[in-house]
Design a protein around this ligand. Sequence first.
Ligand code: AMP
Length: 437
Amino acid sequence: MREAYDVTVEEDAASSATVGEASSGVVLLGKYRLKELLGVGAFAKVYHATNVSTGQSVAIKALSKREVFRGGLMEHVEREISIMRRLHHPHTLKLFEVLASKSKIYFVLELAKGGELFDKVAQGRFSEDLSRRYFHQLISAVRYCHSAGVFHRDLKLDNLLIDENMDLKVSDFGLSALKDHVRPDGLLHTVCGTPAYVAPEMLAKKGYEGAKVDVWSCGVILFVLAAGYLPFNDHNLAAMYWKICRGQFRFPRWTSPELRRFLSRLLDKNPETRITVDEIIRDPWFSKGYREVRVQHKEFESDHEQSRHRGLNAFDLISFSSGLDMSGLFTDSGSSDCVERIVSGGKPANIMEKVEGVAKAEGVIVRKEANGEGAKLEGQRGNIMIRIGIYRLTDKLVVVEAKRRERRAGNGKGTKFWEDKLNPELQRLVYKAGDQK
Ligand code: AMP
C-alpha cells in the first residue's frame, strides 16, 4: 500500500471547528490553531496558524466548498493540489496537507512570513543587484518547474511571496498547465493570466508554449522590480493589449545597458526569438553571482499514474466529507457500476481477511490484486462480480470501496450475496467518531 494521503477529513464535530468570519483562536481538526488573517484572494481567505503539537507556523488557505462546486472550480483546485504536491524546490511554496470539513477545503501551506514581494517594490524600486537576486531565485524555480513539465502561466508579483530570510517563494499554481494539457500541436490553448503580465501570443489566442509565456511574465516582473512600475500599462484595457502585442515599452533612464539588452530579450514579442530559460542562465547581466540550486525530482508521476495507484484522488476524498457523519455508505449513482464506499478505522489486512472469510463461506472466489489494495470477488457461474478496493485516507482511516456490476438477467444471487452477507459485514467495520480501533 502506498503512503498515506495528505488529505484529512474532519471526523468529529465536537473536536473541530470550521473557519468562520471571526476565526482567531479556532482549532482546526484539533491540529491547527488559527491566528490572524493574512490575505484575501479571489476564492480564498488565508490565515496564519500554528500546529498545536509541534508549534510550527503555517499558512492555511480556506476555500468554501459551495463556491468551489458552484463556480466550477473543482478542476482548478484539484489541479492546484496535484501540482503543488509534485513540486519540491526551495523557491516554490510547499503544500503540507489538505484538510476538509463539512463546508470548507483547507490548504495547509508553508508560511511566507515576509508577505508579498509586491508590497516591497511598492515602497520603492529595487537596485539592480537586489532585482537580480530575486530574479535568480525566480528563474531557478521556473527552470525547475519547466523541467518537471509544469508551467505557471500566471507569474506576477502578487504570486511571489517572501519568507523570513527574505527569500522568494513562488505560489498559486492554480492556473498552471501540465504537459498533459498540451494539444497535439504542442501548444496550450486556454487564455489565462493577468493582463499586464500576459504574453502577446496568449492574447492572439492562437495557442502558445507554456515555457515562452512564463519567460515573458518573468520579463515583466524584472522590469517592475528594477523600474518600480509596469512596462505595459494603460487604464484602457484595449490600449494595454495593443501595447503588449506591439511589445511597446520604454526603459527608465537609470537602467544599465546590460539590463536593457536583457529585458528586450525577455520582452521580445516574437516567442520564436524570445530568450529561453537556458539562455537566460548564460546572459551576462543574469549570470553574475548565479548559483544553480540542485534539486531532485521526487516521485514525479502523471495524474493517470497517481490515480491508478491510488484509485481515488484528493478531490474524491474531499467530496466524501459532504457531512460530518462519515459512518454512512456513499453511493455513486452516476456510474453503470454500483459503487459504495465506507470509511473504516480497521487495518487493511484485517478488512481483507473479513471480506475473504465472507466470500469463501459462500463459495465465492477471491482474486487478490498484487499491490494488496484490492481483490475481485467472482461467483462460480459469473453471477457475482464485485471489486473491493482499500485505500488509505489518513494514518488511521481507510476507504473501503465496493464496485458491483449489476446484471439484469441474473438469478439474484449476486444481489443477495451483497445485501445479506458482504454489506452487513462491511457495515460492522464502519468508522464512528470516537472509535479507537
Ligand atoms: P491567494 O488566494 O493565494 O491569492 O492569497 C491571498 C493573499 O494571502 C496573498 O496575496 C498573500 O498576501 C497571502 N498569502 C497567501 N499564501 C500565503 C502564505 N503561504 N504565506 C503568507 N501569506 C500568504
